[in-house]
Design a protein around this ligand. Structure first.
Ligand SMILES: [Zn+2]
Length: 309
């Protein structure tokens, strides 16, 4: 892993929305847009990851602030017309109205054609209801802006290959986030590179299996101190839906990615990033990056990491 100079949001290229950013030839570019959880944390919005490969943008989940982070990354929501949902917990989907609607009515970088969405059972119904919920806004804005609102084409998917276009292949695999079922992780392959996202899951064999030998394995994590919890029973219940740093470390140790990354950090009862790192090191000693919002990871012959803010 090579760290390069952090880009500044004062760079002109990052201030104004661009049609597209530079193409990483033969590489997969991963931008962590939101690395937090449902809890409000300054500087960490909720789950959303942008994949850029082969001239295509794929958005994986669309949590709180996704549209803002897309803008801060130098793009506009209208540049993106493919959205893959891991599951329908609110912190993975609450950014959709902003992303969806702002993408079609603006006069620049307007989304052409429908927003295509892939997600677990319930996704098509959610998107249909979203159209109903924002019908008033569409009726007012569309004639005013002299544009047609985007439709959405949403597919409720099962595990397996869900997308294969332009050399980019996306495979959904089932993870264990009960009582949320189904919930998916995603494997993205392009030009011999592989990026795997765990989605939300407790310790699950499937992530190590699908993440084996990946260039980048992005895992969720939860970290807390039970002794600080005012409600130890609730603490145990929340922890049980997710993966602890020690557990994630065992997944990384088995999968042996070129770079292990944390995103979707749920830190409760006073836990810190330092706790997450230290507890991971009890079970894993390979390359590890604790993601922050607007961390960009370019996966080519070498893996580079930049901070966009
Ligand atoms: Zn969840």
């Amino acid at each position: 892993m090579r760290r390069v100079r952090s880009a500044s949001t004062h760079d002109p290229a990052l201030r104004e929305p661009q049609g597209t950013l530079r193409e990483p030839p033969g590489a997969i570019e991963v931008t962590l847009l939101g690395t937090g959880s449902p809890i409000y944390i300054n500087g960490r919005y909720s789950a959303s990851t942008l994949i850029h490969a082969g001239g295509e943008y794929l958005l994986i989940d669309c949590g709180r602030g996704a549209g803002i982070r897309i803008h801060e990354a130098g793009l506009h929501p209208g540049n993106i017309n493919k959205l893959f949902l891991t599951h329908l917990h609110s912190d993975h989907v609450v950014g959709i109205p902003d992303f969806y609607i702002t993408g079609w009515f603006t006069t620049f970088a307007r989304r052409q054609g429908p927003l295509r969405v892939w997600g677990p059972k319930g996704s098509a119904a959610m998107m249909r209801h979203l159209d109903s919920a924002f019908d008033f806004d569409m009726q007012v804005r569309a004639p005013e802006m002299r544009v047609q609102p985007n439709a959405n084409e949403t597919r409720d998917i099962g595990p397996g290959e869900v997308f294969n276009e332009g050399g980019i292949r996306v495979t959904a695999f089932e993870v264990d986030h009960r009582p949320v079922a189904p919930a998916f992780g995603y494997k993205i392959e392009y030009a011999g590179r592989t990026v795997v996202l765990s989605g939300d899951t407790r310790l699950t064999e499937a992530v190590a299996e699908h993440g084996a030998g990946a260039d980048v394995l992005i895992h969720e994590v939860i970290c807390g101190h039970k002794e600080n919890s005012p409600d130890p029973e609730a603490f145990e219940r929340i922890i049980a839906h997710h993966t602890t740093p020690q557990e994630a470390g065992t997944v990384f140790a088995r999968a042996k990615p070129r770079l292990a990354v944390y995103s979707h950090l749920t830190m409760i009862t006073g836990a810190t990033v330092e706790d997450v790192e230290a507890q991971t090191r009890e079970t894993y000693d390979g390359p590890l990056l604790v993601g922050e919002d607007l961390t960009r990871i370019t996966v080519g012959d070498e893996i580079t990491v930049e901070r966009l803010r």
